[in-house]
Design a protein around this ligand. Sequence first.
Ligand code: ATP
Ligand code: MG
Length: 566
Amino acid sequence: MTCVGIDLGTTNSLVAVFDENGPRLLPNALGEMLTPSVVGVADDGRTMLIGKAARMRMARHPDLTAARFKRLMGTTKKVSLGGREYTPVELSAMVLKSLKTDAEAALGEPVSEAVISVPAYFNGLQRQATKDAAEIAGLKVRRLINEPTAAALAAGVLDREAESTFVVLDLGGGTFDVSILEMFDGVMEVRASSGDAWLGGEDFTARIAQHLAQKADMSWSALSAPDREKMVVLADDIKRRLSTAEESHVQTSIAGREVTLSLTPDEFNDATADLLARLRRPIEASLYDSGIDIDDIDRVILVGGATRMAAVRAMAARIFRQLPDRAGDPDHAIALGAAVQAGLVARHEGLKDVVMTDVSPFSLGIEVANEINGKFLENRFQPLIERNTILPASRSDSFATVQNNQTRIKVKILQGESAIASENIMLGEIAVNVPRGERGKESIDVRFTYDVSGLLAVDVKVHSTGQNYSDVIDNLAAAMSEAEKAKRLKMMEALKIDPRDQAENVALMETLKHLHEMLLGEDREYLQQLIHTFQAALTTQDPRLIAAERDKLHDIARQIEENYVI
Ligand SMILES: Nc1ncnc2c1ncn2[C@@H]1O[C@H](COP(=O)(O)OP(=O)(O)OP(=O)(O)O)[C@@H](O)[C@H]1O
Ligand SMILES: [Mg+2]
């Protein structure tokens, strides 16, 4: 039974395995390590496309494409796709299923278990949603691992002798995490974690898209959905180009107009200054919580594609007064770390001396009413497990009735830092029956157990009757019922997924069509020709001829892709 490590990202996902040679990434059907976390419906209105082929359709068919759905995990929002509604859990399940299939093809054996990384700052509802998605995809989750912890684990395992205090800054497509760690003799300890679950590179892209529209005298709200999506795709390309260039521009046609879109680093910085500023707070919070002085930090490791932005690197250098380093490829670190964790779960020989401990990034507790100076104060938050407690953790406390003849106590389970209960996130509720009596006479014990995946179990015991109420988060507000899971599983099985052996052809055709959409003039005509050439090759149904043509066109497309924004 193989257990893989999976980085389920907002924009890209990866799968990796741990074996005698250490952690290694597994390629998808296109031979690529990054699978875009995008799901689409093909032109026939039925076949599902997952990964690159779907991403390449985003600008042309926004109604038939779903992306960035990780940002909706743990909410009740739905995504409409080709006239149907999907939950973010279902869409994530499709990406996971595709990774599972890729891993099985690469390893030549079934894969039924996984360690999946989640943003450290993901709350209980978001974690539970991730676990549900895996189950629907046919993967048992051995553990959820925090993304910056995974990145640190990958770096630490590769450099086991080192003794150091380091910080991991992980700015991905949709989330930002900060973790401060200490490492000695193969023991890695997370000292503090903080973050923002709704801040990532995609926010910078969205901002640039609007800025470019404004510069071109177009009203963002008046643009059609395809034009907006096209602008977002261009903004992303321009943003990436700016990480290494002094200026970036592209000629294209949007809303029936030919325009040149251009951006300088100064314009970029002005348009995104507030987003950049939001990176500061979690960094300061984690430094404060860890009790570690900035001058004692030996290394600053950047992971996540969005840390390639020059402004982010510069900010990290300013805050930590040292140049950040990049442990390997910032896109790969988290999946490799998740695979190391999978190796640890399987007690792999090669990891005998490695120990990793993590902390809870949030406080967990319940809602209470207190009597202070004869006055009742309701809606108060009483933490049981404080944030940055080492996991696993188990704590209990007693609570008494507050009214005469009270027969029920509602235990509202909350997560967050606000002293006001309703300002925190409600994870669930347990209603407990107590014997009637004078107020304060009846009491209950509430025990919180927070596991290594950041998932919570709650036990409540009534003192006088000895009655027990126990609930793992599975039964709380966030989770799907078993019946619901079975229904979703059926839905997954009934999906018509684009056949794997056609994946390369489909992805290439969609790439060519995408480039045709983005380009102008002669370039556009050239793409038209390439599309016809490939269509002609496909109609021969001669696999060798198709493969030869595909390889050639693939290289040409890649070059055009790299150069159309300059
Ligand atoms: N060269 C670059 N310059 C600037 N931004 C980049 C560059 N390359 C990638 N990005 C940005 O990085 C983001 C994707 O990063 P990554 O693949 O690490 O995210 P993810 O793992 O999908 O998301 P998350 O971890 O938040 O769930 C995108 O917003 C993308 O625009
Ligand atoms: Mg990521």
